[in-house]
Design a protein around this ligand. Structure first.
Ligand code: V47
Ligand code: SF4
Length: 366
């Protein structure tokens, strides 16, 4: 254990076996200390946040992941399927608000195609030219691009031409083939998810990555997931295009309203260990995001002592994927004042960033 600790403190990379041993044997305080050290080496005393909002085009989905509380079949009274005009109306509300990012993610709608999604990006970008468009999970992308009969690369180029500038991290779930097959059989393999991100990185498009944890997975499967992300990031760093993973976001499985809920949810101690181990293992991914909408504000605040340096966005986080699964924040909103107080309590400094982690000039607060 001493040797593993020394390795991490000196900035050396640990192996899968060492990660597993640390996860099983190290006390929480030690994981916190090690992760905080890595975090400070990489990000100093910055606590990053951004001004963003979400558009969720539809919760109608061709797939039926067992952990999902959000999808509905077409025609269901709780289903929504917004037109491009309706989504433009949502975006119009943010003109002049200072948002730097629009995050667009939804269900895999069987009737929408690549050209619907490129048009959506074009119209939103025309309304908010200063905001970066971070759009569509690798799962949505693979589906729409395959349907258009294009290669992944050519499909991404079409989206890039329309104004897509980054790709969010959803759809990764858990890479282990057997468990993936059990909990989200239609979603495509880990290799497919990784291939979309690899192609994006080669085109210079930055992306995020996630893991869905706290359901049926073992520690070995979590470590395997992290290792595969670390490998792809190594590969992407070798390309000259400038793409790669910006941030890793551990997503805690929330149990309400879906068919995997019987086992309940993992403890906050597990959450902190997941965050800390992510920070320690993913030595080549710059940021670890504690997505406050999903954790709730107090757990997100604690996450700042366990390796997280990013809280995601402030304004009207209107995503419903977590509130429908039981997350505390049902009308999520975090003000700049609250972020500054959280940063101060953790001995950090709040830094507004854009999608590319460039520091923003201070502007009016919200
Ligand atoms: O892939 C679905 C997860 C993800 C549940 O890139 C659930 O900046 C917990 O990836 N309990 C989509 N999680 C959301 C996502 C995301 C969110 C915020 C920021 C970014 C980013 C990405 O939500 C899905 C799935 O893993 N999810 N159901 C559930 N019951
Ligand atoms: Fe569809 Fe996404 Fe829900 Fe899976 S998690 S059923 S792909 S909306």
């Amino acid at each position: 254990m001493k040797e593993i600790t020394r390795k991490i403190e000196s900035g050396a990379r640990i192996t899968a076996e060492e990660a597993l041993r640390l996860w099983r044997e190290a006390p929480l305080w030690l994981l916190g200390q090690l992760a905080d050290g890595v975090r400070r080496r990489k990000n100093g005393d910055a606590l990053y946040w951004n001004r963003n909002f979400h558009i969720e085009p539809t919760n109608v989905c061709a797939f039926a992941c067992r952990f999902c509380s959000y999808r509905r079949s077409a025609g269901d009274s709780e289903a929504w399927d917004l037109s491009i005009d309706q989504m433009e109306e949502i975006a119009r509300r943010y003109i002049g608000s200072g948002v730097t990012e629009v995050h667009i993610v939804g269900g895999v709608h069987p009737a929408h195609d690549l050209w619907f999604y490129t048009e959506l990006i074009r119209r939103i970008k025309a309304l908010l030219p200063e905001a970066a468009i971070k759009a569509y999970t690798a799962v949505e992308l693979a589906y729409m691009i395959r349907k258009a009969g294009l290669s992944i690369e050519d499909g991404l180029v079409e989206l890039q031409k329309a104004g897509m500038q980054a790709i969010p991290g959803g759809g990764a779930e858990i890479f282990d083939p057997e468990l993936r097959e059990r909990i989200c059989p239609e979603k495509g393999t880990a290799e497919e998810w990784l291939a979309v991100h690899r192609a994006a990185h080669r085109l210079g498009i930055p992306t995020n990555a996630t893991i869905l944890y706290g359901h049926a997975e073992t520690l070995e499967q979590r470590v395997d997931h992290l290792m595969r992300l670390r490998e792809l990031q190594d590969e992407s760093a070798g390309t000259s295009a400038g793409g790669g993973f910006n941030a890793f976001i551990p997503l805690k499985y929330r149990a309400r309203g879906n068919s995997m809920g019987a086992a309940g949810e993992v403890s906050v101690v597990e959450d902190m260990k997941m965050l800390a181990m992510s920070r320690i293992v993913l030595d080549n991914i710059p940021h670890i995001k504690a997505y406050w909408v999903m954790y709730g504000k107090s757990v997100a605040e604690m996450a700042l002592a366990f390796g997280a340096d990013d809280l995601d966005g402030t304004i009207d986080d209107s995503t419903r994927i977590f509130s429908m699964a039981g997350a505390e924040e049902t009308a999520p909103r975090l003000t700049v004042g609250e972020i500054e107080r959280m940063a101060e309590a953790a001995g950090l400094k709040a830094v507004e960033r854009n999608t590319f982690y460039e520091r923003q000039e201070p502007q009016r607060t919200i």
